[in-house]
Design a protein around this ligand. Structure first.
Ligand SMILES: NC(=O)c1ccc[n+]([C@@H]2O[C@H](COP(=O)([O-])OP(=O)(O)OC[C@H]3O[C@@H](n4cnc5c(N)ncnc54)[C@H](OP(=O)(O)O)[C@@H]3O)[C@@H](O)[C@H]2O)c1
Length: 437
């Protein structure tokens, strides 16, 4: 049997401790599958005394993950610390430069420094595996990097944040407000004490930036993503969506267009009958559309210790199975130096259908004025519905418009015009509609 693969784990929190536990519990099975033992020979975290729920006494302890990355006592450095700078970045860089394979679950690090780290990995002839960084346990990186040779991707989109999907699912199922759902999500451990990163779309954007690079062979451009979160979604939107045959999801979408690549994260209406609309709760899903394959949808657990550990261990097992001297495939599906600069398509030129919800004064002429603003901007309407707010006697009405395909620029101009006309009693709500099979 080949020599054991020696693994060093930096970060023993939710994911790191799960990885150590599963490597121990499934040791015999992994040895059979990989043809060699996988041993945890080194670990690093902040607090050596903390009980991790797994016996790590046979592994050498390192206070400094950079030192562990450089030790000759490991073959693979597993980074599960988190963060786009600090010890995560310095230790991953040190491991690659020392010629160690790296496995990481760190989307923030890859979104910011992925291409530079890939260049080091490819120069050193080592692997940089990151399956767990996007959609947790779903094997989407492997699928895009290895199983889709020859395919040209036209669009990749997905539900990439379990916290947001949990909140939207409960808002729809139980008719409760965003704030109440968020509080519950925090109580149940699905949302952080500071939920901004999740609910305002940053986490989805990090993951999307990695998928975009794999899909289109471009350098990662996480700062160029159009982003809107879900905190403005109300019960009125959820109910109107349901009436119209849609469900609201926070999607990350990357799409090739004539003017460049669109990368956008925003609440999106998808047809209730579409497969992605059936993805509920903390579950994630990624849809990939290509010229040869058509549409593929992968769905499954996007976070949590065990699900994420499953992806990390899959990456470690790939290293265990790789042959010495074998030229490893490039990190982002093609050599990092050949990744093209990212050509951004302006959000103003985004084309699609739109849902527009307006709360207006109930007076003569308002309906006609809205219709005129739409016509002036060449927006053709699929439907326009008006109903009273808070019963017949109310002085306001809700007007819900659904457009045929138009542009973002036209919708913004029309809505700005309606706002200037002085008919609105509340902020207008605009939600993009996404085609989904
Ligand atoms: N949690 C998930 O469901 C999930 C899903 C997908 C991806 N990820 C990614 O996985 C990574 C880890 O997430 P997590 O949830 O496991 O985080 P976590 O529970 O906060 O654990 C972080 C670990 O890093 C250690 N650490 C912090 N600073 C350190 C330093 N300077 N040197 C050595 N160790 C240090 C901490 O040590 P102490 O324990 O001693 O404080 C802790 O063990 C992140 O990149 C995250 O984005 C997580």
């Amino acid at each position: 049997m080949a020599e054991a693969l020696r693994v060093g784990i930096a970060g023993l929190g939710t994911v790191g401790a799960s990885v150590a536990r599963v490597l121990r519990d499934k040791a015999a099975e992994l040895t059979r599958q990989c043809g060699r033992d996988i041993l945890v020979t080194a670990v690093s975290a902040r607090d050596q005394k903390r009980d991790r729920g797994v016996d790590l006494s046979s592994a050498k302890w390192f206070d400094d993950p950079v030192k562990m990355a450089q030790t000759a006592e490991i073959d693979v450095f597993v980074e599960l610390i988190g963060g786009d700078e600090g010890p995560a970045r310095s230790s991953v860089k040190a491991a690659l430069e020392t010629g160690r394979h790296v496995v990481t679950a760190n989307k923030a690090l890859l979104a910011k420094h992925g291409v530079a780290l890939a260049e080091i990995a490819e120069k050193k002839g080592v692997l940089l595996n990151y399956e767990a960084a996007v959609a947790g346990g779903i094997p989407v990186i492997k699928t895009m990097r290895e199983a889709m040779a020859g395919n040209s991707v036209t669009r990749v989109f997905g539900i990439l944040n379990g916290t947001c999907n949990y909140i939207l699912t409960r808002m729809e199922a139980e008719g409760i407000s965003f704030d109440a759902c968020l509080k519950d999500a925090q109580r149940l451990g699905y949302a952080e004490a500071d939920p901004t990163f999740d609910i305002e779309g940053h986490d989805t954007a990090h993951k999307l930036s990695i998928l975009t690079s794999l899909a289109f062979g471009t350098r990662i451009a996480a700062n160029d993503i159009y982003m809107e979160g879900i905190s403005n979604i109300t019960q009125a939107d959820i109910r109107a969506a349901a009436d119209l045959g849609y469900r609201i999801k926070l999607l990350g979408v990357a799409q090739r267009t004539e003017s460049g690549i669109e990368q956008r994260v925003h609440p999106t209406m998808v047809p209730t009958a579409s497969v992605i609309a059936q993805v509920h709760g903390v579950t994630n899903a990624v849809a990939i559309e290509t010229d040869i394959l058509g549409e593929l949808l992968l769905s499954g657990p996007g976070a949590g210790g065990n699900a994420t550990a499953s992806a990390v261990i899959g990456d470690i097992a790939d290293i265990a199975k790789s042959r010495p001297g074998f030229q490893h495939g490039p990190v982002f599906g093609r050599p990092a130096k050949e990744l093209k600069p990212y050509k951004k398509a302006q959000m103003r030129s985004h084309a699609g259908g739109y849902f527009i919800r307006l709360t207006v004064h109930d007076r003569i002429g308002v309906f006609a004025a809205i219709a005129k603003r739409m016509a002036d901007n060449d927006i053709s309407l699929e439907s326009i519905v008006q109903h009273a707010v808070n019963g017949e006697a109310a002085a306001q009405k809700t007007v819900i418009l659904v457009t045929h395909e138009t542009t973002e620029a036209a919708v913004r101009k029309a809505v700005d015009g309606i706002t200037k006309d002085g008919h609105l009693t509340d902020k207008p709500q605009v939600i993009r509609i996404e085609r989904a099979g």
